[in-house]
Design a protein around this ligand. Structure first.
Ligand SMILES: Nc1nc2c(c(=O)[nH]1)N[C@H]1C(S)=C(S)[C@@H](COP(=O)(O)O)O[C@H]1N2
Ligand SMILES: [Mo]
Length: 525
């Protein structure tokens, strides 16, 4: 009998020690959340550790995460961190039951990891970024010490009939859970209040009419084929790729952009209002990610409004390398510390590179870079499209490697000629007869001259091209296919405005974008 009782008591105490660990972890995270409201939301431990993990992710793994989890990759990462923390919290609770001080020391060690991660982020603003993790860890360590103390209280205690202070434990645990929940809720509220100025500043924006409007999109640019992606991608369906675990909410009223560096004769600084007062250009530009695989979804088209970047550079006295300029690279820096490197030559060669403020008729959405982002037609996003931009520095490719370049991606990355079949879908089962095959092709800043379709191993046949107004947009195409019953493979390839046909050579996305032909296998009924 006695041994059974002891075993059951031991089990209960073990479970309660594990619970103590979880409560200590919860307290640490919620206190950290509260303190981060005073520092920066990005400095809270899960975000900091997640961000540091993203920074250290090799190009291949990043690509795999995007492929596997799509735009939920950040959520998956954060859930993974929380699950890992929960496991460790249970282990630390059990450890504390045997070695009370060591358990608390382990919690402090976790705090140190969080603090180090926060300080290592490129957007770290100094020691204060370590505070959320450190204060959270102290709260967690003290709580664990107190709770486990109840579990190991001497037998002499009146309520401690099983050798521990049951009532003391339950009271302390309930109080800790309640206080942590309150701290977490308060932290959340304060953090979202910080964002409210930014939201109000965006709501107040009225975009001026552009001095140079875009050419209207001709009706013939949009084919009426079911299943074909629309020519203009609505903002809420536009793909999103960035490293931000918390979307930066920048207040347009306090935002400043600085332009400086090598070969700058006159440094410039702008407020958002000053930027809007300049002559604005409006352009149709298709943006695409270097991580887009053949046939992939990371491409979208929008009508953008902004200030011509070349004009600002000229005003600052910058010359392109071809005219004797010293700087050949622009480093764009965002409020979250991201750096993107763009060739000065491309920005100043007459193309419509811009600092964009508007997207499809509204101020930039926060997820797409409000208040201001960069865009350079013809270049992949990671070498041109800096969101939440706040600094433009002129330098050289020899002197500075931007964020992705340090992670094995190419220094320069013009967009490769690509084409995609949107309909029929892979493994679709169209009926025999005329089947409309349709999709998009792109070679930004060179334009699309020809798209061809091949059925099985047959000859290449020209598709019909939709109208094209500028070389900076994708182009729709369609091909009426007389489909015969059975399995078939449809393949597409495009030829750009320079007469170059898209290569069949399959390469992965690293280091400078995927190549190869897109195929779709269908069964005709
Ligand atoms: N600040 C910041 N800007 C960024 C990035 C980022 O991670 N941080 N990602 C770049 C990449 S890789 C791409 S493809 C485009 C995507 O822009 P979108 O999310 O508006 O589609 O933004 C670019 N600008
Ligand atoms: Mo990208």
């Amino acid at each position: 009998m006695t041994s059974v009782r002891i075993t059951r008591t031991a089990l209960t105490r073990g479970a309660l020690a594990a619970l103590s660990g979880l409560l200590a972890g919860f307290a640490a995270l919620t206190v950290a959340e509260l303190v981060s409201a005073a520092v920066r939301p990005e400095a809270s431990p899960v975000t900091a550790v997640g961000g540091a993990a993203v920074d250290r992710t090799p190009a291949g793994v990043k690509d795999w995460a995007i492929r596997t989890f799509g735009e939920s990759d950040k959520l998956v990462l954060q859930l993974g961190i929380v699950a890992t923390l929960a496991l460790f919290a249970v282990a630390v609770g059990l450890l504390a039951l045997r070695h009370r001080r060591t358990g608390s020391a382990a919690v402090l060690a976790f705090g140190a990891v969080g603090a180090t991660a926060a300080l290592s982020r490129p957007d770290s603003t100094g020691f204060t970024d370590a505070l959320p993790s450190l204060t959270g860890a102290v709260a967690g360590a003290v709580l664990l010490y107190v709770l486990v103390g109840r579990l190991t209280a001497p037998r002499a205690h009146p309520e401690g009939e099983e050798g521990w202070d049951r009532r003391g434990f339950l009271v302390a645990a309930a109080a800790a859970a309640a206080a942590s929940t309150a701290a977490g809720a308060l932290g959340r509220t304060l953090n979202s209040r910080n964002a409210q100025d930014a939201i109000a500043s965006r709501d107040a924006v009225r975009l001026p009419a552009p001095a140079s409007p875009a050419q209207p999109i001709p009706a013939g640019a949009q084919l009426r084929v079911p299943g074909l992606s629309p020519f203009t991608t609505p903002n809420d369906r536009f793909y999103r790729v960035d490293t931000a675990l918390v979307v930066p909410k920048v207040d347009a009223n306090t935002w400043r952009l600085r332009l400086h560096g090598l070969g700058v004769r006159k440094e410039l600084e702008f407020t958002y209002r000053e930027l809007l007062e300049r002559p604005l250009i409006e352009r149709e530009i298709t943006l695409c990610c270097v991580s887009n695989e053949v046939g992939g979804p990371y491409i979208g088209h929008a009508r953008w409004i902004g200030v011509r970047l070349a004009d600002l550079l000229k005003e600052a006295g910058v010359k392109p390398p071809s005219r004797g300029g010293k700087a050949d690279q622009i480093i764009a820096r965002s409020v979250d510390g991201m750096t993107l490197g763009t060739p000065v030559e491309d920005v100043m060669d007459g193309r419509d590179a811009m600092l964009a403020v508007g997207m499809n008729g509204e101020p930039l959405p926060f997820t797409h870079g409000f208040p201001v982002r960069m865009l350079v037609p013809g270049l992949y996003g990671y070498v041109s499209a800096c969101k939440w931009i706040e600094d433009i520095e002129l330098t050289t490719f020899a002197d500075y490697d931007a964020y992705w370049v340090k992670r094995k991606w190419a220094r320069k990355a013009p967009i490769k000629t690509q084409s995609r079949i949107d309909t029929p879908k892979p493994f679709g089962r169209p009926e025999a007869g005329t089947v409309m095959v349709a999709g998009v092709a792109w070679a930004q800043h060179r334009g699309i001259e020809k798209v061809e379709i091949r059925v099985d191993d047959g000859p290449w046949r020209p598709a019909q091209l939709a109208e094209q107004t500028t070389v900076d947009t994708w182009r729709q195409w369609s091909y009426p296919w007389r489909a015969t019953p059975g399995g078939h493979t449809l393949t597409v390839r495009a030829t750009d405005g320079t007469g170059e046909t898209q290569t069949e050579q399959r390469t992965g996305t690293v280091p400078d974008g995927a190549s190869g032909w897109h195929s779709v296998v269908v069964t005709v009924e």
